[in-house]
Design a protein around this ligand. Structure first.
Ligand code: NAD
Ligand code: TYD
Length: 352
């Protein structure tokens, strides 16, 4: 194939920005198109270091707008789509489920339809890769792992919307023969994570001597993966997976929320030169999340055995790197918490 043109949706968000950076830098012969609506979670400052590269382009567009998406596909003629754009926060989904249906379900079907129309059923040269979550599998008890065969059993409006979009992507493979791939990943952490999610919210609060809200008893378990390891897994799967397949992505790194936060507090005390134990005093137990899934844990054997991917970082090292990034990037954090980041597009892009 000639130069590959890939539309990556949601590239201004947390994971999307790491995927864009990886593809732009690793594959100078590809044309990378970042398609993002710049919602509250989209921040082009995440991509300052790649925005002047020749093989990168940004298009502001909302995947809920079927006509607009179709016309962009018609003009761009992409060879592939890597779809990450989504409403991604469980707490927001509990307050406004419909927003999650509109972007995560209808937005995904709009992209599938635009791809189908542009690729004219000749799928041998094209690929639609959907980036999804392990939350579609529901919650585990104290033992066991999610495999690719685990039945879907989503509980939150967020996971229900992602489960639905996964099914639509597979339906386009089974019904129309589209070359599709789905991956389901565990919780990510790292640089550029929006400070509404547990780790960046806690780093920001500790830094500002504000309380750290722990839902319920803090005993829920999440399986944490460094975001750059997720971006590398997406690269490996995109290039090597057979059509119609699914891969789970995770690194056997389970933590209860309270143990994770205690580790984070120790790291923050050290980095901020505070007396040991200072940050832990900020821990505050608050009302539990409605329908709070007890435990997520991925069995990553298929990805490791078939495609040779392994996580590269131990969690303690990754968490320290993440704290270092937030402390070194005060401007990014201030712009996000003040809302200033939303002016970046107007200032840097609009009239160019
Ligand atoms: P994020 O909230 O940080 O970013 C989402 C991006 O999508 C933003 O740039 C936003 O502007 C864009 N977007 C939202 N609605 C849009 C719309 N209607 N049209 C176009 N763009 C829109 O999310 P994230 O944490 O980076 O997650 C990215 C993807 O990875 C999501 O599909 C999510 O379900 C999945 N995922 C996330 C995690 C995690 O731990 N964060 C784990 C597994 C899978
Ligand atoms: P979150 O980062 O929102 O990711 P997800 O819900 O997709 O797993 O939450 C991670 C865990 O931390 C989850 O069990 C909920 C919990 N949590 C808190 O205890 N306090 C908080 O302020 C937040 C945002 C989450």
């Amino acid at each position: 194939m000639n130069k590959k043109k890939i539309i990556i949706t949601g590239g201004a968000g947390f994971i999307g920005s790491h995927v864009i950076r990886r593809f732009v830098n690793q594959y100078p012969d590809y044309q990378i198109v970042n398609l993002d609506a710049l919602t509250y979670a989209g921040n082009l400052e995440n991509l300052e270091d790649v925005e002047s590269k020749e093989n990168y382009k940004f298009i502001k567009a909302d995947i809920r707008d079927a006509e607009l998406i179709e016309s962009i596909f018609e003009t761009e003629q992409p060879d592939a789509v890597i779809h990450l754009a989504a409403e991604s926060h469980v707490d927001r989904s509990i307050k406004d489920p419909l927003a999650f249906v509109q972007t995560n379900v209808i937005g995904t079907v709009n992209l599938l339809n635009a791809a189908k129309k542009t690729w004219k059923s000749d799928y041998s040269k094209y690929r639609f890769y959907h980036v999804s979550t392990d939350e579609v599998y529901g919650a585990l008890g104290e033992t066991g792992f999610f495999t690719e065969e685990t039945a879907y059993n989503p509980h939150s409006p967020y996971s229900a919307s992602k489960a639905s979009s996964d099914h639509f992507v597979r339906a386009y493979h089974d019904t129309y023969g589209m070359d599709t791939v789905v991956s389901n990943c565990s919780n990510n952490y790292g640089a550029n994570h929006f400070p509404e999610k547990l780790i960046p919210l806690s780093i920001n609060n500790i830094k500002n001597n504000k309380s750290i809200p722990i839902y319920g008893k803090g005993l829920n378990v999440r399986d944490w993966l460094w975001v750059e390891d997720h971006a590398r897994a997406i690269d490996v799967i995109f290039h090597n997976a057979k059509t119609g397949t699914t891969y789970n992505i995770g690194g056997h790194n389970e933590w209860t929320n309270i143990d994770l936060i205690k580790l984070l507090c120790k790291i923050m005390d050290k980095k901020l030169d505070r007396e040991p134990g200072t940050s832990e005093k900020l821990i505050t137990y608050v009302e539990d999340r409605a329908g709070h899934d007890l435990r997520y844990a991925i069995d990553p054997n298929k990805l490791q055995n078939e495609l040779g991917w392994k996580p590269s970082l131990q969690f303690e090292e990754g968490l320290e790197k993440t704290v270092d990034w937030y402390l070194a990037n005060e401007k990014w954090l201030n712009n996000v918490t003040s809302g200033n980041y939303q002016q970046y597009y107007e200032l840097q892009y609009k009239d160019k």
